[in-house]
Ligand binder design. Structure first.
Ligand code: PMP
Length: 430
């Protein structure tokens, strides 16, 4: 009811035209008309600091990516059934970022399609159908991937071949035993799948457990899990849609922080800086039979323009040293947030890796009881101060800070000072 008339009209029109399944962010939704670098702009020319969008990894409207797309679109845009140099050059550029056993790359348009294709390949390879994911995982919006995306909520049906393990909650569980604990949980679900006849085709993990509340540490905790999956004959799928392309700061791919060697790596979101391009990389032996028995074609996946966007994005990540920037600015931001936590009781935990940061609010640091209301008030309060973030986890009580990788120290300072002001504005100054 506090919305201005223009916004209220736009929200109603949107609901009338797009229907009820779409969600807007913030109590007072933002209308944007332009983006550049780490900023979004509204029609009045006001800037909003984008501390949330990981898709424009190299910055909104990066001129090199825009130019590459523009030039390619004016020259040729077609599918993967012709010989084209670009797709091979990109494969040559991306494959060395993985361990040696990963030697093929396949292209899709979305992360959902990549995870869906990974499941088809895993099932064809293993002859089994079971999938294990974490309790609040999100892996996509297709029928198959929504079926193993419990974060869609209790009313979104999971496949009967799906088993969940609890969130590896790095704030509440002992760090020394997090890996062995998760491995034992995965083993229980492997046993259950086997008892019910299916067996394990694939274990999927978002390497930063984004929708589970962001759990990055201790690095290495996935290693014992990968061992259990391997022994069960299932495939380890590293879902790098969130964690990949240098975001974690430490390594180019999030799973590499854990020292695991996945069978399949799926990727998307930042891959084309906003142009739809996604895909998967995998060990050739996994797709040998799939390739012979079936075939793969995706009309738009890996088209000439998508590849040009992906190549330009990868080049910029390297040329501008954005993985190192994620490490440096991420560390600075976490230090600043930890300093705020010394003054604001409601901040129970600050965590993450690189430029993927969680700030968890609790009503009581001793019991660690989740405080969803404060997280919601903070995201809305920051929005009023023109800083855009969101919240994640089962209780949505963890701030999700996930800016473009070009986020500067000045951007981090702006975020920290606006967050402090927002916290001071809350009733009781939590
Ligand atoms: N996996 C993860 C971890 C994701 O976060 C997402 C998107 N939020 C997807 C897969 C699906 O990607 P897309 O929306 O491109 O289909």
């Amino acid at each position: 009811d506090t919305l201005d008339e223009g916004t209220r009209q736009a929200v109603m029109r949107r609901q009338a035209l797009l229907g009820p399944a779409y969600r807007l962010m913030y109590a007072d939704p933002v209308a944007v008309v332009r983006g550049a670098g780490t900023k979004l702009y509204d029609g009045a020319g006001r800037d909003y600091l984008d501390a949330y969008n990981n898709v424009p990894a190299v910055g909104h409207a990066h001129p090199r990516v825009v130019d590459a797309i523009h030039r390619q679109l004016a020259t040729l845009c077609t599918h993967t059934r012709y010989i084209q140099d670009g797709i091979l050059a990109y494969a040559d550029a991306i494959l060395p970022t993985f361990e040696d056993h990963i030697a093929h790359v396949m292209f899709t348009c979305t992360g959902s399609e990549a995870n869906d294709l990974a499941l088809r390949i895993a099932r064809h390879h293993t002859g089994r159908d079971g999938v294990i994911v974490t309790s609040e995982a999100y892996h996509g919006n297709s029928l198959a991937t929504a079926g193993f995306s419990p974060s869609l909520g209790a009313k979104s049906p999971l496949g009967p071949w799906v088993r969940r393990v609890p969130t590896p909650d790095s704030y509440r569980l002992a760090p020394e035993t997090l890996g062995s604990w998760l491995a034992a949980e995965v083993q229980k679900q492997v046993d259950d799948l086997e008892r019910h006849g299916g067996g394990l085709a694939a274990f999927y993990a978002d390497s930063l457990f984004s929708s589970d509340g962001i759990h990055a540490d201790p690095a290495g905790f996935l290693a014992p899990v990968a061992e259990v999956v391997r022994r069960a004959g299932g495939l380890f799928v590293a879902d790098e849609v969130q964690a990949g392309f240098g975001r974690s700061g430490d390594r180019f791919w999030g799973y590499q922080r854990h020292g695991v060697t996945p069978d399949i790596v799926t990727m998307g979101k930042p891959m084309g800086n906003g142009y739809p391009v996604a895909g998967l990389a995998l060990a050739p032996r996994l797709v040998d039979r799939f390739g012979a028995d079936l075939r793969y074609f995706n009309t738009f996946g890996g088209n000439t323009v998508a590849i040009a966007a992906a190549q330009a994005t990868l080049d910029v990540i390297r040329d501008e040293g954005l993985q190192a920037n994620a490490a440096a600015v991420g560390a600075m931001l976490r230090a600043g947030l930890r300093e705020l936590a010394t003054r604001f009781e409601g901040i129970g935990d600050v965590r993450g890796a690189g430029l993927y940061i969680g700030v968890e609010f609790v009503t009581d640091r001793r019991t660690k009881a989740p405080d969803s209301a404060t997280a919601l008030a903070v995201t809305n309060g920051l929005r009023q101060r023109r800083v855009l973030i969101s919240a994640t986890g089962f209780h949505a009580n963890t701030l999700k800070i996930r800016p473009p990788l070009v986020f500067s120290r000045a951007d981090a300072d702006r975020l920290l000072s606006e967050l402090e002001a927002t916290l001071l504005d809350l009733p009781g100054g939590r």
